[in-house]
Design a protein around this ligand. Structure first.
Ligand code: GFB
Length: 316
């Protein structure tokens, strides 16, 4: 039986982030009351504040899209922020939601929670079967804890809490900082600025051989709303079905979209991270959902937004 969202009070924790923002846009098409809390008004790392906010605002549905996120370099450089802050945010929101009797809660995992050398495509059962990729172990551990916490509340107390593991996401509203961002936003900016400044070389970290699957953020938001309605089980479910490319292929597609005719220099002393992380999306596909935006179309839309706003603007 589908969970009925109609007339519900839905709190998107992390509404200013790329995923939270896309969720707010997607939920604009539904008959729900959206609840959001600005960072200045509510620090999600403070348990008492989160409990007070949830008691006062009484959401029926909670999605935890709030997290300290970043690309491979940021993950490696800020282990405390990625582990402690994320653990605090997730445990505070889950516990406060349980105490307030929230009807439905969704936590978000990440493709990096699966083992570094997982068999591909990566099924949900692969979780905790082998060691993690070291560069993102801090973030991965916090996300594994969140997935398991949702499972624990369902198992021990019968709460209707679920966890979803999205594949690598990108789109308008992403972080375009060169040190903090993920590969798409960072390469888009580097290539755009090289073209603008008349430079004919762009540096790419690693060998260019790692493969990544990407889903456009508005598709992901649609999938998350679909799963809010249609998924209810202990185990996490992958949100996948995107296109897989190597970093080298990604750079070539971006060069074509941006109109850059220079060359790429691969900095092979920089880490590659996981060699491949293609998620198995068959469970969500069987429920009836798959992404629709091709990588080329999604990158083109994202680039249009970046070129217009410099990566800082509001997402329409
Ligand atoms: O997107 P990304 O930072 O993260 O990097 P992961 C993907 C691949 O792109 C890696 C290469 O092999 C990078 O070495 N790459 C090349 C670059 N040039 C660049 C660049 O300029 N910037 C960036 N960022 N990468 C993250 C995890 O892993 O994925 C997080 O660290 C999270 O925890 C996220 O799970 C979804 O895909 O390797």
């Amino acid at each position: 039986m589908a969970f009925d969202l109609d007339g519900r009070r839905v709190w998107i924790a992390g509404h200013r982030g790329m995923v939270g923002g896309a969720l707010c846009r997607r939920l604009g098409n539904e008959n729900v009351t959206l609840l959001t809390a600005d960072r200045r008004a509510l620090d999600l790392r403070r348990q008492a504040d989160v409990e007070a906010w949830v008691q006062a605002n009484r959401p029926d549905v909670v999605v935890i899209a709030a997290a300290v996120v970043g690309g491979i370099k940021a993950n490696d450089a800020y282990p405390v922020d990625f582990l402690y802050d994320n653990l605090a945010i997730q445990t505070n929101v889950v516990r406060a939601s349980a105490e307030a009797g929230v009807s439905r809660l969704m936590v978000l995992g990440s493709s990096c929670i699966y083992p570094k050398h997982a068999e591909q495509p990566i099924t949900e059962e692969t979780l905790l079967t082998a060691p993690l990729e070291p560069t993102n172990q801090w973030y991965a551990l916090s996300k594994i804890a969140a997935v398991k916490l949702a499972e624990a509340y369902r198992k021990q107390h019968g709460f209707n809490f679920i966890s979803v593991v999205p594949t690598n996401l990108y789109g308008p509203g992403d972080n375009f900082d060169l040190d903090q961002g993920h590969v798409i936003s960072a390469l888009m900016r580097k290539i755009h600025e090289a073209k603008r400044d008349g430079r004919d070389e762009v540096e790419i970290w690693g060998t260019g051989s790692p493969q990544r699957e990407f889903v456009y953020v508005d598709d992901a938001a649609d999938g998350l709303v679909f799963l809010l309605r249609h998924y209810a089980a202990l185990a996490p479910i992958n949100l996948a079905g995107g296109e897989e490319v190597s970093i080298r292929q990604l750079a070539d597609i971006l060069a074509e979209i941006i109109g850059f005719r220079g060359r790429f220099k691969y900095l092979t002393d920089r880490p590659d991270g996981m060699p491949r992380k293609l998620l198995d999306g068959s469970a969500v596909a069987e429920l009836g959902w798959r992404p629709h935006t091709t990588l080329k179309a999604g990158l083109t839309k994202t680039y249009r937004w970046f070129a217009e706003t410099g990566g800082q603007g509001r997402v329409p």
